[in-house]
Write a protein that binds this ligand. Structure first.
Ligand SMILES: [Zn+2]
Ligand SMILES: [Zn+2]
Length: 261
């Protein structure tokens, strides 16, 4: 079992070494560090990134040295990956950076909607129902563009909008079917993401109905615990294993996915 989506202190997670130890203790065969990265040229995005204080575009070489150092001692595989903010308007900047950085693989994420982070409850709270419905349409357009861009091995948390109560419940079978169609034509594989499976949201991404549509369309998934702390890895992994067992699904290995046409 491989977890392809975890964070370290090179973005908003815990010490890389602690994460590797916890992954080994959880029984994983490998862990992939997909730290957050944004290469948007827009002023607002640059300001936000400076305020966060992590810039994998500036620190990936240093992180790579740290990964190489732990690989020597670790009993499991450790992948040098990235969780890249995706926006169709910045595709060429993203492509250039991915080509330059040459990660083991890239995870693509739609985190931004209407100029705000999808998680930002206050931004969406006062929108009318029709505005929120239109924004959820826009979210799925961006996700499909991400899949069609062929820039990523993995499409992260495919229904992230469900995590925000103000955007929850607007996704339709039509949205899900369009994602399934896009995936059929792409090398990109969605993940089963347990980032909020154990808290108040209580579901995986994709949600159960979305997962049904994807599986019916023949899609497979990679595993992403989206852990930021060492003690999150094992319980999230157990939840994912249970769900995959229940569905009779084998997760995809990234090297398998990468070699798909
Ligand atoms: Zn994410
Ligand atoms: Zn993440």
């Amino acid at each position: 079992m491989y977890d392809y989506h975890a964070h370290t202190n090179y973005s908003d997670g815990a010490f890389l070494r602690w994460m590797v130890d916890a992954a080994a203790d959880a029984g994983l065969d490998g862990i992939g560090f997909a730290d957050h990265c944004n290469v948007s040229p827009e002023t607002g995005a640059r300001r936000y990134k400076r305020a966060l204080g992590f810039n994998l575009d500036l620190t990936y070489e240093r992180r790579r040295k740290a990964i190489e150092a732990v690989r020597g001692a670790a009993e499991i595989d450790v992948y040098d990956a990235v969780e890249m903010d995706y926006d169709p308007d910045h595709e060429s900047a993203i492509a250039d950076f991915l080509a330059e950085a040459d990660f083991d693989y890239a995870v693509g994420s739609v985190h931004e909607l209407d100029g705000a982070n999808v998680h930002a409850r206050s931004h969406f709270a006062d929108k009318s129902e029709s505005e929120r419905r239109a924004l959820v349409d826009r979210y799925f357009e961006k996700l499909n563009a991400l899949i069609e861009s062929e820039l990523f091995a993995v499409a992260a948390h495919p229904d992230l909008i469900e995590r925000n109560p103000h955007l929850r419940g607007f996704a339709t079978e039509g949205h899900y079917a369009a994602v399934a169609d896009a995936l059929r034509e792409s090398r990109t594989v969605p993940e089963i993401n347990a980032g909020r499976a154990l808290d108040e949201y209580g579901e995986f991404h994709p949600s159960s109905e979305f997962f049904d549509v994807l599986v019916d369309a023949g899609a497979r998934v990679t595993v992403g615990t989206d852990s930021h702390e060492p003690d999150e890895i094992a319980p999230r992994l157990r939840e994912i294993e249970t769900e995959l067992d229940r569905r009779g699904l084998d997760p995809v290995r990234i090297d398998e996915a990468a070699s798909r046409p």
